[in-house]
Design a protein around this ligand. Structure first.
Ligand SMILES: Cc1cc2nc3c(=O)[nH]c(=O)nc-3n(C[C@H](O)[C@H](O)[C@H](O)COP(=O)(O)O)c2cc1C
Length: 362
């Protein structure tokens, strides 16, 4: 049985990862207004690579200008963003970690005050998240254009030197809005059956693979369940089969808590166990949610994950991954003082943003 400190090799790309610890994608609202990266955003991830993580993932970054979901969001939609992206990828790799850019579009969760246009989605949805109330249903040609935008963004990330991309299909953003029966009520080939609702994601995968090289990692992050918009465990497991056959390099499930079973299923097993069984080793599995100690990381791997991604532990402890060889490592948990978080490479602005995460900052 592999442990969190073991080396891994992705078979298609032949890329080696020094351990199984991943920095999960984390929005930190530090990018400039034009989506280009700030020094503070580069520095916080560079510190995590220096701290021993095997893979470091960027914040969710929008693939078209209109796909921006919040202030200070990193963008991958324009060549003016290349210099910052280059510095970030190189900064991560200089310490021996692999770099992944998480690419996304916010869909109905893109406030008009930020983008200047009405938010779009699979269908015309009411939303409390956006500032403009109702979204507009994307036209067929617009959906295809967005597929290309994802592929162009991935190609831009490759040009900037990233090792790969994680396509963000989780947490209720545009790809997830296509997957959910609540937000996708289309009657054309982008809606209806699961294979139609998944078409947007599967086309993105196909075109990203077409537009990037053989050595470039491509993975997908999904929410096993997102009931609010009609994403069910059953659909996500069927989607897992489609993803497993799509020629990419990993599936990442965002569980929020790896140690509680599904709230909506009779299956008492943990989500990681359920997805690992379904994947049957066809693809490496990343799992994420509420892991702090080495023992918990090991337990998630025993549930069937090949990698353990952490978010809040990585904010609190820049060198979290370097302790994965110590079976007794159980680091301090929130709340953290602002001074301590700054010592871990967070800027005052990032610390301020973390106050929105209940109980994280003293
Ligand atoms: C500050 C913060 C920002 C986040 N931003 C993103 C994001 O941009 N993309 C994403 O997929 N998940 C995002 N997440 C979710 C995390 O990647 C992760 O799934 C979640 O925090 C659970 O993991 P944890 O218990 O290790 O924190 C964010 C989480 C935090 C704490």
């Amino acid at each position: 049985m592999a442990g969190p400190n073991d080396v891994f090799r992705f078979s298609r790309t032949d890329s080696e990862v020094r351990n199984r610890a991943i920095v999960a994608a984390m929005t930190n609202k530090q990018s400039h207004e034009d989506g280009s990266l700030s020094d503070a955003e580069i520095e916080w991830l560079r510190r995590r690579a220096e701290g021993g993580f095997g893979i470091v993932t960027t914040a969710a970054s929008h693939v078209v200008r209109e796909g921006q979901g919040w202030d200070g969001e990193m963008g991958v939609w324009g060549d003016h963003q290349l210099p910052g992206l280059r510095r970030m990828a190189a900064g991560i790799q200089a310490h021996g970690a692999l770099s992944l850019a998480q690419i996304f579009h916010g869909g109905m969760r893109c406030p008009q005050r930020l983008t200047g246009v009405q938010p779009v989605s699979a269908s015309a949805n009411e939303t409390s998240d956006s500032d403009s109330g109702t979204t507009r249903e994307l036209e067929d040609a617009e959906v295809s254009a967005l597929v290309e935008a994802f592929a162009d963004a991935a190609a831009r990330c490759e040009k900037a030197g990233f090792d790969g991309v994680e396509i963000h299909g989780a947490h209720g953003y545009l790809i997830c809005q296509f997957l959910g029966t609540g937000t996708n009520r289309r009657t054309d080939h982008w809606g209806g059956s699961l294979s139609n609702r998944a078409r947007f994601l599967m086309k993105i995968i196909e075109r990203v693979r077409d537009k990037t090289g053989e050595g470039f990692l491509v993975g997908v992050r999904i929410s096993p369940e997102y009931r609010k918009i009609g994403v069910t465990l059953e659909d996500s497991l069927d989607l897992t089969d489609m993803i497993a056959e799509s020629g990419i390099d990993f599936l990442h499930i965002s569980c929020w808590d790896c140690f509680v079973p599904s709230a909506h299923s009779d299956d008492p097993r943990m989500l990681t166990e359920i997805f690992a069984e379904r994947l049957a080793r066809r693809l490496p599995l990343i799992s994420c949610g509420s892991v702090w100690s080495t023992a918990q990381a090991q337990a998630v791997m025993e549930q069937g994950a090949d990698f353990v991604a952490v978010a809040r532990s990585a904010i609190g402890h820049a060198d979290w991954a370097s302790h994965m060889g110590d079976a007794d490592y159980d680091p301090q948990r929130p709340p953290f003082t602002p001074e301590y978080l700054e010592s871990q490479g967070l800027s005052p602005r990032f610390v301020d943003y973390m106050r929105a995460w209940q109980g994280f900052v003293v």
